[in-house]
Design a protein around this ligand. Structure first.
Ligand SMILES: N[C@@H](CCC(=O)N[C@@H](CS)C(=O)NCC(=O)O)C(=O)O
Length: 226
């Protein structure tokens, strides 16, 4: 039986699951939910996820939201292999230590900067106050400094040691998001740039998952040059 993935490639945790599940060659059924068209508010999708958010999986009738809960479940079901989600207790704890930190330590700040600078003007048709943007940017940069020095930059190429895990994928897809609002963490943090390139090279579907995002960025830079 297939795993259905409800997703939108504009969503960071959706991209994580898309890249991960595609790389596993499992029987994957993709169910696109276009957030920009408000498809997540439809009656049909609300029946799938009462929280009206992506990503969601449906594994043989078992429906689950929240990306971290999803990767934990798929690991227990032996769908995510051990190299990406370690089974050894302490190694697994290290991955989960990052996943716990990630949501409030990194994702919150990158996502809020993206939301305030990029999404709000689109959604509400008004420009956000520059001081407000600067304040969100400061918080994001501080989070990136922590990520750069306290999770990376500790002498190993990846967040948990010598090889890629889901922790790296969650972080890498998140750090793509502020690029749409004009801030590329790779341009400011060389350690992040080196690590991000390795994560990108590891996952065969990484670029494919970022095609739409890259198109948005390319369109913006074309418009700003006019
Ligand atoms: N903690 C959730 C976050 C899910 C989430 O916030 N999804 C966003 C896209 S990244 C969404 O569906 N937003 C729709 C909305 O807020 O209306 C996870 O990790 O899966």
């Amino acid at each position: 039986m297939a795993i259905k993935l409800y997703y939108d490639l504009m969503s960071q945790p959706s991209r994580t699951l898309y890249i991960l599940l595609k790389s596993l060659n499992c029987n994957l059924e993709l169910k696109s939910v276009d957030l920009r068209k408000g498809e997540h508010y439809s009656e049909e999708f609300t029946k799938v996820n009462r929280m009206q958010r992506v990503p969601v999986i449906d594994h043989n009738g078992f429906v689950l939201s929240e990306s971290v809960a999803i990767v934990k479940y798929l690991s227990r079901e032996n769908i995510i292999p051990e190299n990406l989600y370690p089974r050894e207790s302490r190694l697994q704890a290290r991955v989960e230590e990052f996943l716990e930190w990630h949501h409030v330590g990194l994702r919150l700040h990158c996502a809020m900067y993206f939301r305030v600078k990029y999404m709000d003007p689109i959604l509400f048709g008004r420009k956000t106050d520059e001081r407000q943007i600067a304040s969100y940017e400061r918080r994001m940069v501080s989070a990136l400094e922590d990520f750069n020095s306290k999770w990376l930059g500790r002498g190993t190429p990846f967040i948990v040691g010598e090889s890629v895990t889901v922790a790296d994928l969650f972080a890498a897809t998140e750090l793509e998001q502020p690029r749409m609002a004009g801030y590329d963490p790779k341009e400011h943090f060389p350690v992040i740039a080196t690590w991000a390139q390795k994560v990108r090279e590891f996952f065969p579907h990484y670029d494919e998952a970022h095609v739409i995002l890259n198109k948005v960025i390319a369109k913006q830079s074309k418009t700003s040059k006019l």
